[in-house]
Design a protein around this ligand. Structure first.
Ligand code: PRX
Length: 649
């Protein structure tokens, strides 16, 4: 069955929407013509303790870079996510928690209950001496306490740094050191797909590493009751702290530009960077986009399947939905446990109205056929969303036809950790859909395509995606390294924010993201820097040199392909291959495991010694007939050897 290449807005969706296509066109134009006026009004979405008079103070000029929004206003994010809903929505469910094992009971937490728990935990953190500007690392499974910890930090003005529970102790350690966290919040164990993950054990291991010495306290949520080691003068049980703490903890008045959190993400070079988001602009932006893109209603049950360890979890599991007083589903498990119908079971069980997930999950489930989907009714769902990587039209079509029964619009949302929230996406009541396209920019957002020299390209064309102006949800700096922020995003093309993505724009002005143009690999929607994997590989004594590239992968979108040159006294073997994969898992985490390791006696290099990844990417993709010009290589003969021994045929 084929899916049409253009799917007009459905009359029944248009009939009840607040923004139809005409309104979109008009509001978009207005939002650009009077950008400041637009954001002045949007700022009113949230409650301010001290109203702002200033709105926008931005320069993308690298020599004078600054990005400030609502700078003289003050507010508190947790008060906006909790306190302000108590009167009208105190008994409304804020969080539905669906445990890994469907036989266990889900939890429903009302806004009132969540408020009390956050206040108690915020009091407890204060009692431990945590206050404004302090950093707190959160290394948690998908349990409501993760959201409580984030909101409690926000309440007292501490910055959180959530580290995905799938990262290794080494990765955790380097993020703790970089952030200088005083407290780590974790759980005894996490549970995913029926397996326990030793989170507390990983924290112990991270903190035992040399140089990891900022942490004074480790707070542990009891999730499984599994056996853990306990350090009397350092470790505290979350449950004990909550029980003893005061439920009275007024929110701190925070400057709009006070840091709210940092979140580490991979770039093309060096270590992961701490992307820093601030209080006012971020909250306004996630609240706005969550309402507009999902055409939010009071009775929606919103399920974003992302882990809180990623930006999608921050913005659309926790902050956006709670700022809007919505009911948000937190799912602890995975799509294929205990069976491949789990997503649809959860949708029926909780009467989910909006499902927001990643192409990699859609492709994996598509492979299982239609039957597991059809075991469940899914009649509560009215809108489907996609995020994290380009969605191929085939997966889009399956999502639309089989999951949504052609009833539900699919919003393909393009954004990044750096952007805080969605920038390019259809609006369900306004935008005709094209499978595979993120369609058009949201209000106030000015994307452009540029050529290699930074010249802006007009009309239907292809180029590198930049943003010409700021929006309130934009990251403000790389934690501890402002110069890196400037160099990474504002130096490639003068006066523009460079996204790192390639993109095509069609004759209707629709954007089609084609993927990263830098050395970042997007594996199952997770960003992995080739440099990180390479440095993990060369950490092994047998490895002289390594070059890592992405290659097209049916389920993951991209996979990791490593070319490895061994030292002269090492021999290739299956055991060594396994050992190298293990090394990468230990250094970074399972998500960075190479799919293929090819032994490479030599690597294609220019005469100045630079590895030509372009060529390696072609070899990995099995496109060796399109290698292009290899005459500039120091030793063109290397290529032939690599082609003959490539692993994917
Ligand atoms: O390449 C783009 C891809 O994911 C990158 C951002 O990754 P991250 O910061 O981890 O954030 C992921 C969740 C927002 C982008 O540079 N990407 C994200 N969404 C899409 C996408 N590519 C195509 N289509 C999308 N909808």
């Amino acid at each position: 069955m084929t899916t049409p290449s253009l799917i007009p807005v459905k009359p029944e969706v248009a009939a009840r929407t607040r923004i139809d296509s005409e309104a979109y066109a008009r509001l978009y134009r207005e939002s650009i013509d009077d950008n400041e006026g637009f954001w002045r009004r949007e700022g009113q979405r949230v409650d301010w303790m001290r109203p702002y008079t200033q709105v926008k103070d931005v320069s993308f000029d690298a020599s004078d870079l600054h990005i400030r929004w609502y700078a003289d206003g003050q507010l508190n994010v947790s008060a906006n996510c909790l306190d302000r809903h108590l009167e009208k929505r105190g008994d409304k469910t804020a969080i539905i928690w669906e445990p890994d094992n469907p036989a266990d009971a889900p939890r429903h937490i009302t806004y009132r209950q969540l408020h009390e728990e956050v206040c108690r935990f915020a009091s407890a953190l204060k009692a431990q001496g945590v206050g404004k500007g302090d950093r707190v690392t959160i290394y948690m499974p998908m349990v409501p306490e993760a959201a409580v910890a984030m909101l409690a930090c926000a309440r007292i003005g501490a910055m959180h740094s959530v580290v995905f529970g799938g990262f290794s102790p080494d990765s955790l350690a380097s993020r703790i050191v970089d952030s200088g966290s005083r407290v780590v919040i974790t759980a005894d164990e996490g549970v995913r797909g029926g397996r326990a993950i030793p989170l507390k054990g990983n924290v112990d291991e991270a903190l035992a590493q040399p140089g990891v010495d900022s942490v004074e306290k480790v707070i542990v949520v009891r999730r499984t009751g599994g056996r853990i080691n306990w350090f009397e003068d350092r470790d505290l049980w979350y449950g004990d702290l909550i029980a003893d703490a005061s439920p009275d903890c007024p929110p701190e008045a925070m400057d709009a530009e006070a840091p709210l959190f940092m979140l580490y993400t991979s770039g093309s070079t060096g270590k992961p960077k701490g992307v820093l988001h601030t209080t006012g602009g971020y909250l306004v932006y996630v609240a706005m986009t969550h309402e507009l893109v999902f055409d939010l209603r009071e009775d929606d049950i919103f399920w974003c399947t992302a882990d809180v360890g990623w930006i999608t979890g921050h913005s659309y599991v926790v902050y956006g939905p709670l700022a809007n007083g919505a009911t948000t589903v937190m799912f602890e498990g995975v799509p294929n446990h205990p069976d491949v119908d789990r997503f649809w079971q959860v949708c029926d069980r909780h009467r989910v109205t909006i499902l927001y997930t990643a192409p990699t999950a859609i492709r994996a489930l598509m492979r299982e056929g239609d039957e597991p989907v059809q075991r469940w009714r899914r009649d509560s769902i009215r809108l489907l969303g996609s995020v994290g990587e380009p969605i191929n039209p085939e997966a889009w079509g399956w999502y639309y036809r089989v999951v949504g029964e052609e009833r539900c619009p699919v919003v393909d949302t393009w954004w990044q950790t750096e952007t805080g929230g969605i920038l390019i996406s259809p609006l369900p009541g306004a935008t005709d859909l094209k499978p595979g396209s993120a369609t058009r920019p949201l209000f106030g957002i000015q994307p452009a395509l540029v050529d290699a020299e930074g010249r802006i390209l007009e009309g239907a064309t292809e180029g590198n995606l930049v943003l010409l102006d700021s929006w309130p949800g934009q990251m403000r700096t790389v934690y501890g390294d402002h110069q890196r922020f400037i160099d990474t995003y504002f130096k490639t093309y003068a006066g523009m924010y460079f996204t790192g993505d390639g993109c095509r724009r069609d004759e209707d002005g629709y954007y089609w993201i084609t993927g990263r143009v830098d050395d970042v690999i997007n594996v199952s929607g997770h960003r992995i820097g080739t440099a990180e994997v390479e440095s993990a590989l060369v950490a092994h004594a047998a490895v002289a040199e390594a070059a890592v590239v992405g290659f097209p992968h049916d389920i993951k979108g991209q996979g990791i392909y490593a070319f490895v040159t061994l030292t002269s006294d090492s021999q290739p073997s299956e055991d060594l291959r396994k050992e190298l994969v293990q090394t990468v898992r230990a250094c970074i985490g399972p998500i960075a495991s190479p799919d293929h390791i090819q032994w490479a006696p030599g690597l294609p290099k220019t005469r100045s010694g630079k590895i030509m990844r372009r060529i390696l990417r072609k070899i990995a993709a099995n496109e060796h007939d399109q290698l292009g010009d290899i005459s500039t290589l120091a030793d063109p003969g290397v290529v032939e050897g690599l082609v003959n021994n490539r692993l994917i045929r």
